[in-house]
Write a protein that binds this ligand. Structure first.
Ligand code: KG4
Ligand code: ZN
Length: 320
């Protein structure tokens, strides 16, 4: 089996996946509560928490899979992008385990991991396809040509889609991270109550900072009334974000000629986005937000480094 380890942001995760893509265990310990009172992830706090959690989470994954380290043939770990201190905890744990047992190690790009969430289970989405990757840190349109090859067609020039959901949620007084809560609140509101247009930039790029400011002004102008209109504001704001994502994804699919649109990343859990792209393939709900099963899945297609050639691997903070 492949052992996957993910610690790029505020989820400590370990998973065991078979070479055929069957998930034997996937354990995710979210630190969201720990960071909620700061309104965002505090990198140093995240690193320390990963350090406390990485071994217990790993042990739990082995227990759930009814396995021992003897069953692990390859270790796959997120190398970047993400918070470097957080990444280094997972990377060091992965190196130590692989080194102690003379195993190969596959460094995995977190974004490739999100795409690889489509290749688990009985009904994988086979390349080529157009992929919308929308998470808290990234918004990308990818031309996925093979399991280990994709081209970036477009990206956000400012906030990521998940970040726009979280900032909107914050303006509406919801908790952190607020994407899922905003989704729930929006279901009680009228999406046509307000017009929050999303700027069109570049050919296949996104920009979400303007729509966030539009929501800020709307809340400010409503004053005391804003509280009573929260559901309408949430629904209208979500409608604007989803329209931008869907429009761009469809344009990119047309341009590349791909019949299949796939959607991955935390925002792929959004109910309106799922309803707005009925023909698209979405990552299973529990694999949308960060997890280690997708990292192990990507590890199946990455380049394994033989023992002990991975000891000097370093984490990286950003894409490119
Ligand atoms: O992929 P992910 O777990 O982390 C990153 O790699 O960034 O994505 C987390 C993001 C957060 O911004 C969160 O608010 C958003 O995904 N999210 C949602 C929903 N569930 C999670 N956004 C909109 N609707 C949801 N239902
Ligand atoms: Zn992610």
């Amino acid at each position: 089996m492949i052992l996957g380890i993910e610690t790029s942001c505020d989820e400590t995760a370990a998973a065991l996946v078979t070479p055929g893509g069957e998930i034997r265990a996937s354990v995710v310990s979210s630190q969201a509560d720990l960071h909620a009172r700061f309104g965002g992830v505090v990198p140093e706090v995240a690193s320390r928490r990963h350090l406390e959690l990485v071994m217990p989470v790993l042990r739990q994954a082995l227990a759930e899979a009814d396995a021992t380290l003897d069953d692990v043939e390859t270790v796959a770990v997120t190398q970047g992008p993400g918070l470097v201190g957080a990444l280094l905890v997972g990377l060091s744990a992965a190196k130590a385990l692989a080194w102690a047992r003379r195993l190969p190690l596959v460094p995995v790009d977190h974004l490739h991991g999100h795409v690889a969430s489509l290749w688990l289970g009985d009904d994988p989405v086979e390349p080529p396809f157009l992929c919308l990757l929308a998470s808290g840190g990234h918004t990308l349109l990818l031309d996925v040509r093979a399991h280990d090859r994709y081209d970036v067609l477009g990206t956000s020039i400012d906030d990521a889609a998940g970040e726009a959901f979280d900032k909107g949620a914050r303006l509406l007084g919801l908790g952190y991270p607020g994407g899922a809560e905003l989704d729930r609140l929006a279901q009680e509101g009228d999406p046509d109550a307000y017009r929050f247009p999303v700027a069109r930039v570049g050919e296949l790029d996104f920009s979400f900072s303007g729509v966030k400011t539009a929501l800020l002004y709307a809340v400010r102008d409503l004053g005391d009334e804003a509280e009573a209109r929260r559901a309408d504001l949430a629904a209208s704001y979500q409608r604007a974000l989803v329209r931008a994502l869907v429009g761009r994804a469809q344009e990119a699919a047309e341009r590349t000629g791909h019949d299949t649109i796939a959607v991955v990343g935390g925002v792929a859990a959004n109910s309106e986005l799922r309803a707005s792209l009925p023909g698209a393939r979405f990552a299973p709900l529990r694999l949308c937000t960060d997890n280690a099963a997708m990292i192990a899945s990507a590890g199946r297609y990455g380049r394994p480094l033989a023992y002990p050639r991975y000891l000097d691997l370093d984490a990286y903070a950003s894409r490119s």
